[in-house]
Write a protein that binds this ligand. Structure first.
Ligand SMILES: NC(=O)c1ccc[n+]([C@@H]2O[C@H](COP(=O)([O-])OP(=O)(O)OC[C@H]3O[C@@H](n4cnc5c(N)ncnc54)[C@H](O)[C@@H]3O)[C@@H](O)[C@H]2O)c1
Length: 295
């Protein structure tokens, strides 16, 4: 694993090493670090990135270097190394603002990214699938928005953030409450990658898959309702804001039909899991900066 531990994930990487994972603490932008990470490897999964619209908008040059230039350099070197598989972590954010968000969009649907982050992901996808890295056995996975309890907990992801705030009896400000978005549990996201790595080449090489479940598209309004039912606390105020106009409902039929992939968790399961972990006091201070990607 190559990771610069941007968010101070020392504890998690030490645990991975104890579990037998070879961790290269380095920057994806550094050719030497990439060479060390690629040495002897036959499957590459590019997860490393500056993740999310706010983080990319904050440091546009760095995000371009990491999310586009370094991702492309990695693909070139993986191609030269003759790897068996190259999986690129992309995002359903690529669908942006759909003309008709009530009809779930498939992998062939129009991409309408509304942020720098999504434009960067779209540009790498297009390079990977457009034949620029001839012979590289590529699969692009467009993940739904992730939620759930993870070794490096994230409280800046919608489901987790809303659950934390209402659980703590705070007032939650919600904008764009009518907008649709798909969600996937972090372990199901991981299982999606494994499914692709284990599938026959013919089913996955040169393909894009949305990773999630068709029944798991929600409006923020729905999330709030489910959480309040669960924790019975907190106040919600709906506000108007122009930023983040993403509105997309996604179909996950292809990954299910072609690869037999089914998610195991639903958003209500994830909400119960996060609320349970908060009840147990698993996080000393759930508002601590280590649980989010931007300060
Ligand atoms: N979280 C989501 O909802 C979501 C949804 C769709 C797609 N994705 C994609 O999945 C992947 C993983 O996202 P995540 O949510 O786990 O985010 P994350 O921020 O937790 O993970 C990204 C990792 O990349 C590392 N990293 C950042 N810059 C680096 C660099 N220059 N060199 C080496 N490592 C670097 C970070 O330290 C971090 O461990 C990303 O590619 C993201 O775009 C995430």
């Amino acid at each position: 694993m190559l990771d610069t531990l941007l968010h101070g994930q020392e504890e998690q990487s030490s645990q991975l090493e104890q579990d037998g994972v070879e961790v290269v603490r380095g920057d994806l932008r550094d050719p030497d670090a990439r060479a060390r990470a690629l040495d002897g490897v036959d499957e590459v999964v590019n997860l490393a990135a500056i993740v999310g619209d706010p983080a990319c908008a904050r440091e546009p040059e760095v995000s371009e270097e990491v999310n586009v230039n370094a991702a492309r350099a990695l693909a070139t070197e993986a191609q030269q190394a003759g790897v068996r598989r190259f999986v690129f972590a992309s995002t359903c954010s690529n669908y942006g603002r759909m003309a008709d968000p009530t009809v779930p969009i498939t992998e062939d649907g129009e991409l309408a990214p509304v942020s720098l982050y999504a434009r960067q992901k779209v540009s790498v996808e297009q390079a990977l699938l457009g034949g620029e890295f001839d012979g590289l056995p590529v699969t692009c996975l467009r993940f739904a928005t992730v939620y759930g309890v993870a070794p490096r907990m994230r409280f800046d992801l919608t489901v987790n953030e809303f659950t934390r705030d209402l659980w703590a009896d705070r007032e939650l400000e919600v904008f764009g409450e009518q907008f649709w978005r798909p969600y996937v549990h972090v372990r199901d996201a991981g299982r999606g990658i494994r499914t692709v790595l284990e599938a026959d080449d013919g089913k996955v090489v040169g393909e894009v898959f949305n990773v999630g479940r068709s029944g798991e598209n929600y409006r923020k309004l729905d999330l709030v309702e489910i959480i309040q039912e669960k924790v019975d606390r907190g106040k919600v105020s709906f506000v108007r804001r122009d930023e983040d106009p993403r509105d997309y409902k996604v179909s996950f039929d292809k990954v299910r039909e072609r690869l037999g992939y089914e998610t195991l968790m639903t958003v209500p399961d994830g909400i119960a899991e996060v609320a349970g972990a908060l009840d147990e006091g698993k996080f000393e201070d759930p508002w601590d900066a280590r649980y989010r990607n931007i300060p």
